[in-house]
Design a protein around this ligand. Structure first.
Ligand code: ZN
Length: 257
């Protein structure tokens, strides 16, 4: 619920100027930020301020969480709700950041490397190197932070079911039909699904939504061509068309840092 107290608190947060150091972080570490039109960039900056102020970050394994980490992770998170609402993250209680990719469950994705996970009790766990690697190439369809925060949106719809809270009741039927069909085809190793979606999305409905979200943000042209109905459902949910932003070809790749 969005109470008057929090509304007032957020207004105070937004009255603060966006720190120049944070802007520098966005420019340097978040390539998709440079593709946003100014009105979107301004909205993202405001959401970043609120997210950083409201969400606790914890470093694991001795990591000291810096402002740079907070700003980068917040930017990745709020990008998903830029045309929705920050309230979709109301149940997100904390973000835990690891300084490395932890080897945990051999059956997890990425040859057993642990890159991130989202828990039903409101915790998102991220590997900082994986977050940076995911953002550094905004066009490869692979983004750890986008993936994990997609799980949080999914959970806001009740459980990890592959269905976030859609905008209208009448959207659910088409969503379920399209998702089920594309999921089944990906499981069967079908083309063109494999052309646009990572195979990990075949694991279950929740992973399908998370993997599809990565592709929607990072490979929108390919997705629209290969799986136009899936693209349309995601466009309707996220509330915008990522192809209206300059394509990846116009982005200069960031150097190592
Ligand atoms: Zn996942």
């Amino acid at each position: 619920m969005f109470g008057w107290w929090r509304r007032r608190r957020r207004r105070r947060i937004l009255e603060q100027p966006f720190p120049a150091a944070w802007e520098e972080v966005l420019q340097r570490k978040v390539p998709f930020y440079r593709t946003l039109r100014e009105e979107q960039a301004a909205r993202l900056r405001g959401f970043v301020q609120v997210f950083v102020a409201e969400k606790p970050f914890f470093g694991a394994a001795g990591l000291e969480v810096t402002d740079e980490m907070r700003v980068v992770i917040a930017a990745a998170a709020v990008r998903l709700v830029l045309h929705l609402d920050l309230s979709l993250y109301d149940d997100l209680r904390e973000i835990v950041v690891y300084p490395y990719e932890v080897l945990r469950h051999p059956k997890r994705e990425g040859q057993g490397a642990f890159l991130g996970e989202a828990h039903s009790f409101g915790t998102v766990v991220l590997s900082w190197p994986a977050v940076q690697a995911g953002l550094a190439d905004p066009c490869d369809g692979y983004d750890t932070a986008t993936h994990e925060f997609a799980h949080v949106l999914d959970r806001a719809g009740g459980g990890f079911s592959g269905t976030p809270p859609l905008r209208a009741r009448e959207h659910y039927r088409a969503w379920a039909e399209v998702m089920a069909r594309r999921f089944a085809r990906l499981r069967g190793g079908s083309w063109p699904e494999r052309h646009v979606l990572r195979a990990y999305g075949a694991k279950n409905e929740a992973e399908f939504f998370a993997v599809a979200t990565e592709a929607f943000f990072e490979r929108p042209e390919r997705m629209q061509q290969a799986t136009p109905d899936l693209y349309e459902e995601l466009r309707r949910f996220f509330g915008f068309d990522p192809q209206q932003d300059p394509s990846c070809d116009h982005l200069e790749r960031p150097g190592p840092s």
